[in-house]
Design a protein around this ligand. Structure first.
Ligand SMILES: *Cc1c(COP(=O)(O)O)cnc(C)c1O
Length: 393
């Protein structure tokens, strides 16, 4: 059986897969089963932040696997405490962490903290979570309901109650009431189309919520781990949320989700937990990834790469004014608005054929989430391939 036949026979058809099978990677370069080379402008949807097959991560994980990988949260786990200290320190916030295994799970944890925080005298009074339309918070029953996209609420009900959606940051103030447990937002909507929120509006909202003692949850599953230049987008927006969730890039390819919060006293033993969360393997990955990215930031190289990538993207977009209507994004989370959805699909397919991987976001955004370690050579080669792809459309 070929891999395609096996996939068809044994895997549930939840993904529309592109016809390619990668076998190896090296920083922002990928090789498929036929030996064909590709430049990766996706980093596996913002996950492989330190590049494919990063040697430091590989060595750390090998060492860890040979020692111990899992013993459960019934016991102390040194790399978990270490990873928590590292992420708290680079964030600059006075927070503590809970470790989960994915973005959706981190958001579940955040919602549980907000709901318990909203409990008064043993009775849940503040239960409402306000999220934004066009948001994306995950695929579990709760986080799919938290996601402000009607099309994702078609099946799977009944859903947990208490999620309401605002059209924009401006609308949130008018929706706050005595039952509001939290507001949950992405500072730059990822899946929604690489849509940054207005900094002043966000700062005003954060201040208002502080006055009303309503926690602000920032879903940084995609924006976190230096994707937008600072460890969190919250730092870039100069706000102090009560809860931040991380996943994707913070594990560099090892599944991990993290809830960070200033509300350190809300959950007690038994309120929440995870079998795998924060085990030796994933925590060790977080330690190494955060070290690598912090060094990249402090050396100034992250800023240089970000400027280089954005300049190359602008120059590329300028050549096709009839196709690309606008450049969007923040740091190394960027996109180009494409005139229509069909053209976008054609670009992504042609790009792959010409050896460069790019993503879709929302209905009509070409999305770029390159590894933060991408080199100048890889950037140049990627855009060269994209130009060749454009020539065939
Ligand atoms: C990807 C993503 C999630 C879901 O993460 P999973 O690891 O797939 O559960 C949640 N929120 C945001 C903003 C994301 O980009």
């Amino acid at each position: 059986m070929t891999i395609k036949e096996k996939d068809k026979k044994y895997i549930l058809p939840t993904y529309a897969r592109a016809d390619v099978e990668f076998v190896r990677g090296e920083n922002a370069t990928l090789f498929d089963v036929n030996g064909k080379k590709y430049i990766d402008f996706t980093s596996g949807i913002g996950v492989v932040s330190v590049g494919h097959a990063n040697k430091r991560v590989a060595d750390a994980l090998c060492e860890q696997v040979h020692a111990i990988t899992h013993i459960s949260n019934l016991y102390y786990i040194a790399p978990q405490a270490e990873a928590a200290q590292k992420v708290v320190e680079v964030s600059g916030y006075d927070m503590a962490c809970f470790f989960a295994n994915s973005g959706a799970e981190a958001n579940e944890g955040a919602i549980k903290i907000a709901r318990k925080h909203g409990e008064r005298d043993g009775e849940i009074k503040r239960y409402k979570i306000i999220t934004l339309n066009h948001s994306f918070h995950g695929r579990t029953i709760t986080t799919v309901k938290a996601t402000g996209q009607e099309s994702m609420h078609n099946y799977f009900g009944p859903f947990p109650d208490g999620f309401v959606y605002a059209d924009g940051i401006d609308e949130i103030e008018g929706m706050l009431d005595d039952h509001t447990a939290a507001v949950m937002i992405e500072l730059i909507q990822g899946e929604g189309g690489v849509e940054p929120q207005d900094k002043e509006k966000v700062q005003k909202l954060a201040k208002l919520l502080k006055e009303k003692e309503i926690p602000l949850i920032v879903d940084e599953v995609q924006t976190g781990a230096y994707r937008v230049g600072e460890f969190t987008a919250s730092q870039a927006y100069e706000i102090e949320p009560e809860i931040i969730t991380l996943a994707k890039g913070v594990g560099g390819g090892v599944p991990v989700g993290i809830v960070m919060t200033t509300l350190k006293e809300v959950l007690s033993a038994g309120d929440h937990g995870s079998t795998f969360g924060g085990n030796y393997l994933s925590s060790r990955a977080v330690c190494e990834v955060v070290d690598i990215l912090r060094e990249l930031k402090e050396s100034g190289d992250l800023e240089i790469t970000s400027l280089m990538f954005n300049k190359a993207l602008e120059e590329f977009a300028k050549k096709y004014p009839d196709t690309f209507t606008k450049k969007v994004g923040f740091g190394m989370m960027c996109g180009l608005r494409v005139k229509d959805a069909d053209t976008l699909t054609n670009i992504i397919n042609a790009a792959r054929e010409h050896g460069v991987m790019v993503l879709k976001a929302g209905r009509n955004t070409l999305r770029f989430l390159p590894p933060l370690t991408i080199t100048k050579e890889e950037i140049d080669e990627g855009f060269k391939a994209l130009n060749s792809a454009m020539a065939t459309l």
